[in-house]
Design a protein around this ligand. Structure first.
Ligand code: ADP
Ligand code: MG
Length: 353
């Protein structure tokens, strides 16, 4: 077990829900828990914070099992989606509150509030009341207040989900910056994959009360170990494995017999950005690597997404999504996907890397 950082193993249940989870994050790391609504993300944070008690388990924080410690003894701070600021207190009073509880002398408190206001970019806001702040500013105050208690672990439960898209993007960058400046071990819950991919050192994907996969953003995105993780983290195409022998553009030294479907639900998965699209079906594809070819795919939809087009295609009854730089110019196109970009699953689980 790692001495520093967080290592937890916990079981808990509600009437219709069972949580059985186990993971570690390193000291100083920013880890994101991600998963669909109702998979147990908030429950996991509440267990770690001590707001609910697990049926069994252990929670080691920097080498010490804190499972029997109260919420206040744990040196953990939490930020929620809905700010939870004290409405009658000013920004400065809100931030100073945890320090007051710890009987920090006033002069030190004032200096600390000043430092924290600068950290969250709210210099000059100290006298305002929460209702005089925007949603984003309130969340900055909530973050400063959480940091004021000098926690060993910071828990954030969907802190940005009440904000609009642009502000969310800006604040997540700010949270990453603040994390780097403070170095506090942070566990950040979100249901937004893009948010997790952009700020996390480590991503913990949860499904139905369990951890599905832990890894860096790139590992989770490019090397998902289950169809669930593959499909949850961004968009993808899932097709029967039996299509490979038919659609393989053979290369010297490659036999189609290598690609025998296995018993069960044997599928291939690939990302839309790995699909190459050729308008003119007569032209050979400029492809030197072993690849799958889908000839005469029919364009059934095309959405402009700003930096790419999201093209929906139909090939022999299978839907394929491609992300392309150019709008398709004909209704029938030829698609190709490199063999190296395929992920292979049997009954939802990874077959080979
Ligand atoms: P998430 O944060 O991933 O959306 P939660 O951890 O809030 O999920 O909830 C996980 C499951 O536990 C859900 O099915 C939810 O309905 C259930 N649940 C959460 N809190 C309670 C509670 N206090 N009583 C009963 N069931 C609960
Ligand atoms: Mg939740």
């Amino acid at each position: 077990m790692a001495d520093k950082g967080l290592t937890c193993t916990m079981k808990a249940s509600y009437k219709d829900f069972a949580l059985d989870t186990s993971f570690s994050i390193k000291e100083g790391e920013l880890a994101c828990i991600i998963g669909p609504s109702g998979c147990g993300k908030s429950t996991t944070l509440q267990l770690i914070a001590g707001l609910i008690t697990p049926e069994e388990g252990s929670i080691f924080l920097n080498g010490k099992d804190i499972i029997n410690e109260s919420v206040h003894e744990r040196h953990i701070a939490m930020v929620f989606q809905d700010y939870a600021l004290f409405p009658h207190m000013s920004v400065a009073q809100n931030i100073a509150y945890p320090m007051k509880l710890r009987h920090m002398p006033k002069i030190q408190r004032t200096a600390e509030v000043k430092r924290l206001l600068a950290l969250v970019s709210l210099v000059g806001y100290q006298r305002r009341k929460p209702q005089e702040l925007s949603g984003g500013e309130r969340q900055r105050v909530a973050l400063a207040r959480a940091l004021a208690s000098q926690p060993q672990l910071l828990l954030l439960d969907e802190p940005l989900s009440a904000l609009d898209a642009k502000l969310r993007k800006h604040l997540r960058t700010e949270i990453r910056r603040i994390h780097e400046e403070t170095g506090i071990t942070t566990l950040y819950v979100t249901h937004d994959q893009e948010e997790a991919l952009s700020i996390a050192d480590t991503i913990i994907v949860m499904q139905e009360g369990r951890v599905s996969q832990i890894g860096s953003g790139e590992e989770i995105y490019h090397k998902p170990n289950s169809l669930f993780v593959a499909s949850f983290m961004g968009e993808g195409n899932t097709l029967p494995y039996s299509l490979i022998p038919r659609n393989l553009a053979t290369q010297p030294g490659m036999t189609k017999e290598t690609f025998k479907p296995l018993e069960g639900e044997h599928t291939i998965f690939f990302r839309p950005e790995h699909v190459t699209m050729q308008d003119d079906v007569q032209l050979p594809l400029p492809e030197f690597f072993p690849h799958l070819e889908f000839k005469n795919a029919q364009v059934v939809g095309c959405e402009f997404q700003g930096d790419h087009f999201r093209v929906s295609l139909l090939w022999e009854g299978h839907t394929i999504i491609a992300h392309t730089l150019d709008r398709p110019r004909s209704e029938l196109v030829r698609l190709s996907v490199r063999i190296g970009k395929l992920r292979e699953f049997l009954d939802g689980q990874l077959v080979r890397n």
